[in-house]
Ligand binder design. Structure first.
Ligand SMILES: [Zn+2]
Length: 200
């Protein structure tokens, strides 16, 4: 990991230049976008309020004997509250992964696709809609925004900017679709049991 200095406050910090798309400076809390391996100060974020969790940046999440480095956490606020998305690096193949724990649902997202910008679906909950070649059954839809983060994350959501998200199902997989202004992000995951995930 290269060591660099925060372009906003000058404090030293480290990030993984192959992984990070958004880094938060632990000293001044500015979010810093990593664009073509250079750093661009984005926006000051409020420090993340701690919630009880077994996850911690710097530790390793293990599922099915696969080890994932815990790189950062992004908090998304929506109407009723927020969810935390933990950003992982699969250390065996260097692929990006995500893990969410939300109201008893534990989901490990192992695939992320970037698609061209599109309108969010108008289908009601329980109906299906199309995204590219996929047919998705819609479970929940709402507005969210990236309101805080720690560490480094492998997505470049413009902080504090509302976007439409859809939770859905494709076959055995859970998906989250984020409709940003310039692109759509489709994350595909698998529900896991709490006890099948260990942190070390
Ligand atoms: Zn700083």
């Amino acid at each position: 990991m290269p060591e660099t200095t925060c372009p906003s406050c000058g404090a030293p910090f480290k990030y993984d230049e192959d992984y990070a798309q958004l880094v938060v400076c632990p000293y001044c809390n500015n979010s810093i976008a990593v664009v073509d391996k250079s750093l661009k100060v984005d926006q000051k974020l409020a420090p993340l309020t701690k919630v009880p969790t077994r996850l911690e940046i710097g530790k390793t999440l293990v599922h099915n004997n696969v080890e994932y480095a815990i790189m950062g956490v992004a908090r998304y606020e929506y109407g009723d509250g927020f969810w935390d998305e933990w950003h992982l690096l699969n250390t065996s193949n260097n692929q990006v992964a995500f893990y969410t724990e939300d109201e008893g649902d534990y989901i490990l997202f192992h695939e992320k696709k970037i698609l061209p910008a599109a309108e969010a679906p108008s289908a009601p909950i329980g109906q299906t809609f199309s995204l590219g070649e996929q047919t998705i059954s819609l479970r929940e839809k709402g507005q969210a925004k990236l309101s805080g983060m720690m560490g480094q994350i492998a997505n470049q959501f413009p902080p504090m900017t509302p976007f439409t998200y859809v939770d859905g199902v494709i076959g055995q997989h859970m998906v989250i679709v984020s409709y940003l202004q310039d692109r759509v992000i489709l994350a595909t995951g698998t529900p896991v049991r709490y006890t099948d995930v260990t942190i070390k």
